[in-house]
Design a protein around this ligand. Structure first.
Ligand code: NAD
Length: 482
């Protein structure tokens, strides 16, 4: 049984905590670890260390800071397979999905090494006679990230490498449901010899989060999680005057036009809805048949979904793993019950699935509801599991209305062979990450990640070019030397 520790000021330390949480392997349903719910005092220690480290780190040339990241990349590559396997063990996704996640994490380290280009400012001579002006980007201080359960490796790294390479110091608060992956990643950080206090990790739950939100010496927070928590974080950071980017939940619509190439599209449609067991903020959730494609789409989709091999993600050939926890499994099953109660027709039932050898695992099989209408709960709320709501609309306009009326605006996808339809969709749909003939519109590290409406609170999104702005202040210097 692994008992997890914090990493503060370059050292592994036992946390001051009144309470410990259990860490589970969702595939087997067994307890595999204990995570401290660190007290506010642990956050204070990490902030003190990060604050102490800040000035020297900030004065370290950006290229030298980038060299730490080059070294870190090599250590992460060395630990790649081990990180991917720990991730599967505590989160439940398949090994291939996990390898994809770790790769995306490392790509953020690679992108961040471009700091010497990305952090440059601009200048203009003679803004008035004999007066010159420069705009310089400067680091700000201590930043932190509060992470969700579903991408234990990647999500904190949408922010961490950029914060640090820009000259800030950092605190990671991993999800208490999946704390082991970051712990292994921090072993790689430890091997790289970063100066003490530059990167810290504190495990915990609400107390630790709330201390981060209200700590006067933390200058900015990146948050990713459910929209209810994202709103809380956004509000608290507003109150305390911190920079904030707060990424929330999603309800993504995937529209299929009558002219779509259904057979070619089916693998990516299935991955969209059932990849990572639907626990992805970019997952398709509502499958919308436009016009007369409905019957054919339904038949092909349900057949492909039924054929998916569900099991322990560490085993060969498994296409969908369990959901993360018993509690989350019950929440998803509750949504299936709700769908039935509200009159949707359950045409593929993933409840009571049996996975050989793992009677205690948190499994839900691929599930499809037909006859779903916009006011039903399963058409509106984020389920975050392998449950698909199938709807039909008459035309693209009606489909776009569904997206517009949704509380969320993370992603939207369209399948079509018509360029004009694709352009109209991209132009009008109220969501921030768009897939055309793709079911998961996941921006790579050099493009921004984040949604609209109830899926995002703030203005600067994750990674991309903008992130260098989030982690720096633009200082304007106006000079006259006569
Ligand atoms: P969550 O909101 O329950 O937890 C996220 C973090 O917030 C955790 O570290 C947790 O300790 C902390 N937390 C939870 N409740 C809190 C509270 N009341 N006060 C203070 N801190 C609290 O999210 P989750 O269930 O771990 O993650 C899944 C959610 O994340 C889904 O809604 C998913 O859509 C979303 N997500 C969004 C994106 C995106 O890019 N928009 C990416 C990944 C996941």
């Amino acid at each position: 049984m692994k008992k997890l520790r914090n990493y503060i000021n370059g050292e592994w330390t036992d946390a001051e905590a009144k309470e410990f949480g259990d860490v589970w392997c969702p595939a087997t349903g067994e307890k595999i670890g204990e995570v401290p719910y660190s007290s506010a005092a642990e956050i204070d220690k990490a902030v003190d260390a990060a604050k102490e480290a800040y000035w020297d780190w900030r004065c370290t040339p950006p290229l030298t800071r980038a060299r730490y990241l080059f070294r870190l990349k090599e250590h992460l590559e060395g630990a790649f397979e081990e990180i991917a396997r720990i991730l599967v063990t505590e989160e439940g996704k398949t090994l291939d999905e996990s390898r994809g996640e770790v790769r995306r994490m490392i790509e953020n380290v690679e992108h961040a090494t471009g700091v010497t280009t990305m952090m440059t400012g601009y200048n203009l001579e003679d803004i008035a006679h004999g007066i010159d002006c420069t705009a310089e980007r400067q680091p700000i201080g201590v930043f932190g990230v509060i992470a969700p359960f579903n991408f234990p490796a990647m999500v904190p790294w949408w922010f961490l490498p950029y914060a640090v390479v820009c000259g800030n110091t950092y605190i990671v608060k991993p999800s208490e449901q999946v704390p082991m992956t970051q712990t292994r990643i921090f072993e790689a950080i430890d091997e790289c010899g970063f100066p003490e206090g530059v990167i810290n990790m504190v495990h915990g739950s609400r107390d630790a989060v709330n201390r981060m939100l209200y700590h006067p010496d933390i200058k900015g927070i990146s948050f990713v999680g459910q929209s209810s928590t994202a709103r809380h974080v956004y509000k608290a950071c507003g109150e305390t005057g911190k920079r904030v980017q707060s990424l929330g939940g999603a309800k993504n619509f995937v529209l299929v036009m009558p002219d779509a190439e259904l057979d070619r599209s089916m693998p990516s449609l299935i991955t969209s809805f059932y990849g990572c067991a639907g626990e992805r903020c970019l997952s398709g959730s509502v499958l919308v048949a436009v016009g007369d494609v409905y019957d054919e789409l339904k038949g092909k989709f349900v057949n492909a979904a039924r054929a998916l091999k569900v099991g322990n993600g560490l085993e060969e050939g498994i296409q969908m793993g369990p959901v993360v926890s018993r509690k989350h499994m019950e929440k998803v099953l509750g949504y299936i019950e709700k769908g039935i109660q509200e009159g949707a027709k359950l045409i593929l039932d993933g409840r009571n699935i049996k996975v050989d050898g793992y009677p205690k695992g948190f499994y839900i099989g691929p599930t499809v509801f037909d006859g779903v209408t916009p006011e039903m709960t399963i058409a509106r709320e984020e389920i975050f599991g392998p449950v698909v709501a199938l709807m039909r609309v008459k035309n693209l306009d009606e489909g776009l209305k569904l997206i517009e009326n949704s509380e969320y605006g993370n992603a939207a996808c369209l399948y079509t062979t018509n360029g004009k339809t694709a352009r109209e969709f991209k132009y009008r749909a109220v969501a921030s990450m768009m897939g055309i003939n793709l079911g998961i519109a996941a921006p790579m590290s050099f493009f921004p990640f984040g949604g609209a409406k109830g899926s995002f609170f703030g203005d600067t999104k994750g990674h991309g070019r903008e992130i260098f702005h989030f982690f720096t202040d633009t200082k304007v210097v106006i000079q006259r030397w006569t």
